[in-house]
Design a protein around this ligand. Structure first.
Ligand code: PHE
Length: 379
């Protein structure tokens, strides 16, 4: 005879125990009888169905019917029974039953004494691995070219003081060269002396100073990092971008060393057939200063792609890639180096720009808006 929830005559703990025991025994027995999807449905409806399910019945016949002073006790037991019923029904629903085969492991009952079979030959769930961001990847490539030349890596803070971003790099207070840097300043610093005021670094050059303060020559370092400028975003500008800086200081370093090193680095990055060219420029912390161009590695320097004009080099055959120069002797004065004994060169390049050229991306914003459909292509 199928079990039906009995009305309780007595609500003593002993009577409750007995009723609960019976109910759990029936639950177990019926769960073991579940072998098909139809069984599972019927089993679920019978036990947790809203209308006439066993849970509803024990609620009505046991809990609601209990005298006031037994309510607490009965409530607690009904809750326990509900948990056991739910777990058993849930387990019967997820339990996968497959005809026993050697590779199918019988996993002993975990919940509500229902046994679950698990097919360990089924494929697992593969979690997709992320990949390196194209700009970070480019920075790593640039850094590794210089590591192979014996350079070590230094980093510094993105929130910098006026002193490191400007003053020690030979930008005197109020010097017009500061205007070229479109600086984002941290607000409400007027009470501090100017050199202590905080800003978002506009270039990675402050790390040159920080490194020379803590290290005696010879120094050979590369500095990858994030920088900010107050540029409105468009296809080729972003208020946040990335640079890789380099600094070499030692006895007898000359402009030839600068040219040879950078020419080698560009060939390592863009292929051995690229050519480099330098033209005069100005930076307060280098003298002389130069801009370096590489022959366009997209059109091979011809300015044309078939009959079409080459866009990345604006048909000139050359791409401007970095700023560089010999470290200005004034800079050594800020870090206690003797300009009579040492000389050196520095350079700085935009990593995002190089990534754009390398991957043929037409909008720098794509790097930073976090659209996986774009980022996935670099996996
Ligand atoms: N810091 C310069 C810039 O951001 C680049 C540079 C670095 C130039 C090192 C010369 C030497 O524009």
């Amino acid at each position: 005879m199928a079990y039906t929830v009995p009305k309780l005559k007595s609500f003593t703990p002993a009577a409750l125990d007995k009723a609960a025991e019976k109910l759990l025994a029936v639950l177990k027995e019926e769960a073991q009888g579940v072998t098909s999807e139809a069984d599972r449905k019927a089993f679920r409806d019978r036990w947790i169905g809203r209308k006439n399910g066993v849970l509803t019945e024990i609620n009505d016949l046991w809990l609601k019917a209990a005298p006031k002073d037994a309510k607490r006790e009965v409530g607690q037991r009904v809750n326990e029974l509900r948990a056991a019923v739910m777990a058993t029904v849930e387990n019967a629903r997820t339990g996968v039953t497959i005809a026993p085969a050697p590779a199918v492991a019988k996993v002993g009952a975990v919940l509500g004494s229902v046994s679950v079979s698990l097919d360990i030959t089924l494929p697992g769930i593969r979690r997709p691995l992320g990949s390196e961001h194209p700009v970070i990847k480019t920075m790593h490539e640039i850094v590794s070219v210089f590591r192979n030349l014996g350079y070590s890596v230094e980093e510094g803070p993105v929130i910098e003081t006026d002193y490191y971003n400007f003053e020690a790099l030979n930008f005197p207070p109020n010097h017009p060269a500061r205007d070229t840097q479109d600086t984002l300043f941290i607000a409400r610093q007027e009470s501090k002396p100017q050199r202590d005021r905080l800003l978002l670094r506009t270039h990675t050059s402050p790390v040159q100073i920080r490194t020379m303060e803590k290290m005696k020559p010879p120094v050979r370092i590369v500095i990858p990092g994030k920088v900010h400028r107050n540029d409105p975003p468009d296809a080729s500008h972003s208020p946040m971008f990335h640079q890789v800086e380099g600094l070499a200081v030692d006895a007898n370093i000359t402009f030839c060393d600068l040219k040879g090193t950078l020419d080698h680095a560009m060939k390592a990055l863009f292929g051995s057939s690229v050519k480099t060219s330098f033209r005069p420029s100005f930076f307060p912390f280098t003298e002389p200063s130069a801009e370096m161009m590489v022959s366009c590695f997209i059109c091979g320097g011809s300015g044309k792609r078939g009959p079409e004009p080459c866009r990345p080099c604006k048909q000139t055959g050359w791409i401007e890639i970095l700023g560089c120069g010999m470290v200005d002797p004034n800079v050594y004065g800020f870090v206690d180096y003797d300009p009579k004994k040492v000389s050196g060169f520095a350079f700085g390049m935009g990593a995002d720009r190089i990534a754009i050229l390398k991957y043929g991306v037409d909008d720098i914003q794509l790097f930073f808006i976090g659209d996986v459909r774009f980022l996935e292509q670099f996996g």
